[in-house]
Design a protein around this ligand. Structure first.
Ligand SMILES: Cc1ncc(COP(=O)(O)O)c(C=O)c1O
Length: 378
């Protein structure tokens, strides 16, 4: 089926763009001399992840045990669950390991570390745990110089748990837009994570893996000495937030929402679309960035951005397309965007927009579409 015949709204993947993004990040990891472990929470889709593995990725990163279970069932064995484990989820982690999954858990506090050790002892399982390091203060993790780092390391190491490594995610990179600042943050992310590994090793705790990454820092890193692997997720599709950060062009964005014009408010200069926030998501990640794209950047069906227009408002199933010139409504809106016309909207945040849909429609360069399932839940 051609994209113009799909029911709207629909999540559309431009396969050529996606393949280019995958090749770009893999080449970056190769150039830096580290393994690449994509974060699959962006797509939650086996077809996308297969393309990442074929391109050279080693293992995957997941944000939920549901992802771990689904990808393990599909044959991926090396999985980093990169959200601190809630002790009540340990039976699911155990079940995966018992089936042969090389699942790695993450902790950043003594309580969770002790819970894993006790649960492992009770069930005769040697869990592999990576300690989460905070290298930019944006979220969770233990800072490299904190005493807690060695305390957590010892709780694990002395109680039958394998400390497999340290990992960090410099998510504050999303707040930057300057190449030099991104390179500096990538250097900080590397140095902090390597330092944490060195402290653990000096305390007699083996720490083989040193894992860093976010899409902006991965692409900006000048060197990754001491690091063993790079992680990135949103790069596979890119989005308007990443465009504002300066790491992709608009025509690198591989995910868009296909929509139909369903009406007008001509005096206000609005065209009404059948893609509201239920399709685009509520994510307004560009609102505090240099260029606010509203709920997304409309494009023609062929992907050409409609400069001078944005999706300025969204109700559940209605989107409002208007001119970016607030005080000058586009009087020709109804002629320009007739009812029934199909458009594609580039999303603010690809992970959030993808999550609104049960499936993607992947468009190949010859214009044919294939349905790629994606999954939900925890
Ligand atoms: C732990 C962890 N690693 C890697 C990533 C990938 O970051 P990005 O999507 O910027 O590539 C994320 C994203 O949230 C993350 O939480």
């Amino acid at each position: 089926m051609k994209p113009e015949h799909l029911d709207t709204p629909a999540a559309v993947i431009d396969m050529a763009r996606m393949q280019k993004n995958i090749a770009r990040m893999q080449a970056q990891a190769n150039m830096l001399g580290v393994a690449f472990r994509p974060h699959v929470k962006t797509s939650k889709c086996l077809d996308v992840v297969r393309a990442q593995l074929v391109a050279g990725a080693h293992g995957i990163t997941v944000s939920t045990l549901k992802e771990a279970e689904a990808f393990f069932a599909a044959g991926v064995e090396d999985i980093l669950y990169a959200v601190g484990i809630a002790p009540a989820k340990l039976p699911r982690a155990l079940a995966l390991r018992r089936q042969g999954c090389a699942l790695k858990l993450v902790v950043d506090n003594p309580t969770a570390a002790a819970a894993i050790a006790a649960f492992g002892e009770q069930h005769g399982e040697i869990f592999e745990v990576w300690i989460e390091v905070d290298t930019d203060g944006h979220r969770s993790g233990i800072t490299p110089e904190q005493d807690t780092l060695l305390e957590v390391g010892r709780i694990l190491h002395e109680n039958g748990v394998m400390v497999g490594g340290v990992m960090t995610h410099a998510g504050s990179s999303y707040e930057l837009r300057d190449a030099a600042a991104l390179t500096a943050l990538a250097a900080q992310e590397r140095a902090g994570c390597v330092r944490a590994a060195e402290r653990l090793r000096a305390a007699g705790i083996a720490c083989p893996a040193v894992s860093v990454g976010s899409t902006p820092t991965a692409l900006a890193a000048a060197q990754l000495e001491g690091v063993t692997e790079l992680r990135a997720g949103v790069y596979v599709f890119f989005d308007l937030v990443m465009h504002n950060v300066g790491v992709c062009a608009l025509d690198d964005i591989a995910l868009s929402v296909l929509t139909t014009v369903i009406g007008h408010q001509a005096e206000k200069g609005w065209a009404i679309l059948d893609a509201g926030w239920m399709a685009m998501s509520r994510d307004r990640g560009t609102s505090k960035q240099a260029h606010d794209f509203g709920y997304g950047q409309p494009c023609l069906l062929n992907g050409t951005p409609l400069s001078g227009y944005l999706v300025s408002g969204a109700n559940q199933e209605h989107g409002i397309l208007s001119s970016t010139r607030d005080n000058a409504p586009d009087e020709d809106i109804a002629q320009r965007f007739p009812i029934g016309m199909k458009l594609r909207i580039l999303p603010n945040h690809a992970c959030a927009t993808g999550a609104q849909f049960p499936e993607y429609h992947a468009v190949s360069p010859d214009g044919e579409t294939a349905v790629w399932r994606r999954f939900h839940g925890w």
